[in-house]
Ligand binder design. Structure first.
Ligand SMILES: Nc1ncnc2c1ncn2[C@@H]1O[C@H](COP(=O)(O)OP(=O)(O)OP(=O)(O)O)[C@@H](O)[C@H]1O
Length: 549
């Protein structure tokens, strides 16, 4: 094993020191019993696996599903804004697991490019954005003091009624960039638009690729619609259908949904009608515009009568937007009232994530992970593997060595996925092992280390997937570390990886140097087509490749 540099999330323990240990472990020179491994984990400060309660025993009912979480309960006599409900308020905003911005927000201040028929004037303070007072109040309760760049441009664009494609770095506040103006616009009109029947008639449809992300965005919607008549609802695979239908019948003004479950619900006209939808948001749009989802998305976007609404606004958001998906996105946008907002280069990461690439042979990866977890004090860590089998094997390997792991992949039952996420968020099991594709958009407090046990293969997203995976750390002004294991099987991603490191002034290890161009220019296989603005305030020097748009 060799590595380009050394770092640890919480100390100065060099990764170079790991070389000898990993080799020893591989050769079986350290033969410890299970009890000794458990003791070693405890001594290092990791949560004791023996005291972690069995989640099956503590699980009570459907209420443990994130989709059944309490929302503000509206009564018509409230007028425009309802009264405060302290208990709900502390649940929504007071949680110790809610993210607060870190000290390095300035690293997200990159050059913003706006393309569209009319210019967009950004605002500097939420108070100046012309938002409904109740929304402003909810923003304060969330602890958002200054808008992030994507918010400063997207909020006015949506308030002006534009269709929007927005691309900005991971963890830069894209969710509230669309949620704030939509909720604010509807606050004044919600009453008039609302249809009181047992059939859900959402005004807003937010489509996301994964279940965990759906629940997370539902939580953000619960915060931003607090004290309003707008009732958020979430629909995702694995959420029991009975509870799902009950929740929808209670009213559903803002529907957050994964495509499969949404398609299913659209086949039940006594449950859901799309006829009132005014805003359709596609989050992680490049993923959803991908071929794998094409049928579902086409059905959803064309299937409802919402498309006939001349007032309908479409919005698409992501941290990455490869060329093919950008072309597909433009098909849904209004020709003369459409704006594209990019912060930095589309698909660019940011400087709050320190990236380290270590050369690790395939058969040494388990030991390398084990050792990496001890190379610094315990920290919330997400480990990505490329297959379900690899996730399960690594989970077993680490858990049997006394480390408090949990795992998420598509073969787990939904209740297990939600338990795993809860155990990770609360720190009961601070090591989460997952297949990469499930992790887009996750926003979890205090994730200080991401490990790419496997680098994403080209056919499963390559560098785009890498950007999303490492983006689970270093969010909203916090710093984080991303360590990736590289070997010869990863050559497909090598050039984009080397250029990504160089673009962010990270050390490019010797084994990746050959993939950098001799002229010192930074090139990506799928350039984002914006050579004009990449020399931003951040001092970035990305330059387009040959394949310009
Ligand atoms: N203006 C703000 N000030 C402080 N924190 C904010 C602000 N806006 C959003 N946040 C918080 O920043 C975190 C990241 O936001 P969000 O999940 O929307 O990022 P994102 O850009 O969608 O990332 P990704 O591309 O990974 O999905 C969230 O915890 C959110 O509550």
């Amino acid at each position: 094993m060799s590595n380009g540099n050394s770092h640890s999330p919480g100390g100065d323990t060099g990764l170079q020191d790991m070389n000898g240990l990993i080799e020893k472990l591989a050769l079986g020179e350290i033969a410890m019993t299970k009890e000794e491994f458990v003791q070693k984990a405890k001594d290092a400060g990791w949560a004791d696996t023996a005291t972690v309660a069995d989640d099956d025993a503590t699980r009570a009912s459907d209420e443990t599903y994130g989709g059944a979480a309490t929302v503000y309960s509206w009564r018509d006599e409230y007028g425009d804004v309802g009264p405060e409900v302290p208990e709900l308020e502390s649940q929504l905003y007071g949680g110790e697991f809610q993210m607060r911005s870190g000290a390095h927000l300035a690293n997200l201040q990159l050059t913003v490019t706006v393309e569209g028929p009319t210019p967009i004037a950004p605002f500097r303070r939420f108070e100046d954005a012309g938002l409904h007072p109740a929304v402003l109040d909810n923003i304060k309760k969330c602890g958002y003091i200054h808008p992030t760049p994507i918010q400063a441009y997207t909020i006015p664009a949506v308030l002006q009624g534009k269709d929007v494609v927005a691309v900005a770095q991971t963890g830069s506040g894209k969710t509230s960039a669309y949620m704030i103006p939509i909720v604010s616009k509807l606050m004044g009109k919600g009453m008039k638009l609302r249809t009181r029947t047992t059939v859900a008639h959402p005004l807003v449809l937010i489509i996301v690729p994964t279940r965990e992300l759906a629940i997370q965005i539902f939580d953000e919607a619960r915060r931003l619609t607090y004290r309003s008549m707008l009732r958020p609802c979430v629909a995702y695979g694995g959420f029991p259908m009975g509870t799902q239908r009950d929740e929808m019948r209670k009213g559903c003004d803002v529907l957050i949904a994964t495509p499969g479950r949404l398609k299913h619900l659209m086949e039940e006209p006594e449950i859901l009608s799309m006829s009132k939808v005014k805003f359709t948001v596609i989050d992680e749009a490049d993923e959803l515009l991908n071929n794998d989802w094409a049928d579902e998305l086409d059905h959803i976007l064309r299937g409802g009568d919402s498309n006939e609404n001349p007032d309908h606004t479409y919005m698409m958001f992501s941290a990455t937007f490869p060329r093919a998906q950008r072309e597909l996105a433009s098909e849904w946008m209004s020709e003369d009232d459409y704006v594209q907002i990019r912060v930095g280069r589309a698909g660019q990461t940011h400087r709050n994530i320190e990236q380290i690439i270590i050369h690790v042979d395939r058969d040494l990866k388990q030991q390398a992970t084990f050792d990496l977890l001890y190379a610094s004090p315990p920290a919330r860590t997400i480990i990505f593997c490329n297959s379900i089998i690899a996730v399960d094997k690594l989970d077993d390997f680490l858990y049997n060595k006394g480390l408090p792991t949990t795992a998420i992949h598509s073969e787990h039952r939904q209740v297990e996925r939600e338990d795993a996420m809860r155990a990770f968020k609360t720190g009961r099991r601070p090591i989460l092992i997952a297949t990469g594709v499930s992790a887009r958009g996750w926003d979890i407090k205090d994730v200080s280390h991401v490990i790419n046990y496997d680098l994403p293969q080209q056919q499963y997203g390559g560098i785009t997937e890498y950007i999303h995976r490492i983006g689970r750390t270093g969010r909203i002004g916090h710093r984080g570390l991303a360590t990736s294991f590289y070997n010869e099987r990863d050559e497909e991603i090598a050039a984009d990886l080397a250029n990504t490191l160089k673009e962010m002034d990270q050390e490019v290890p010797d084994f990746l140097q050959q993939y950098l161009s001799d002229d010192g220019r930074i090139r990506f296989a799928d350039d984002a087509g914006e050579a004009d603005e990449v020399n931003g305030e951040d001092g970035g020097t990305a330059v387009n490749g040959e394949e310009e748009d």
